[in-house]
Design a binder for this molecule. Sequence first.
Ligand code: SAM
Length: 149
Amino acid sequence: MFVGVGPYTNWYHELVQTPERFKTVDIRDSVAMHGSPFGHWTCDFCKFGIMFDASSKFLFDHVCIYGILNYKPAHENRLELVRDFIKHADELVKPGGTFMFGPNRSDERTTAEMWAEEMKRPPLDGYEEMYFNFDGFLENCVWRGRKSL
Ligand SMILES: C[S@@+](CC[C@H](N)C(=O)[O-])C[C@H]1O[C@@H](n2cnc3c(N)ncnc32)[C@H](O)[C@@H]1O
């Protein structure tokens, strides 16, 4: 499950071993044509489960939320919104599956240290941390973890 698409993501399904299982979501209808040819939904990711009863139908090997938070129209980078994204992502990750979270860290209100603390809260405290980079050249932190079985 890859959240947020654009012209440059047209081919991202080719990056995974099972392209037919690569699914995408974006809140903007105008970018729907850039979603996965194997399944794309136009909706707010935080409403995905509610709209499609997805949490009972879909569990994903991996959920990627990269470059979404702090990007309009994802609203201001409010902590409640961040936690909502994390909660919904966690509901869609299968046991043993992985979650990648890449929030922006360039905003003065959202430091890398703040993200590091967020990663230690439920539900992510139940994940085995695989990777955490918050001082790379990118404007985003990158955290990746594996959900326990
Ligand atoms: C900068 S792009 C990032 C795209 C991609 N994830 C990447 O890594 O390049 C951000 C995208 O997130 C989408 N987006 C913002 N808030 C969203 C939400 N609540 N649910 C789904 N998509 C959202 C925007 O419409 C935009 O297309």
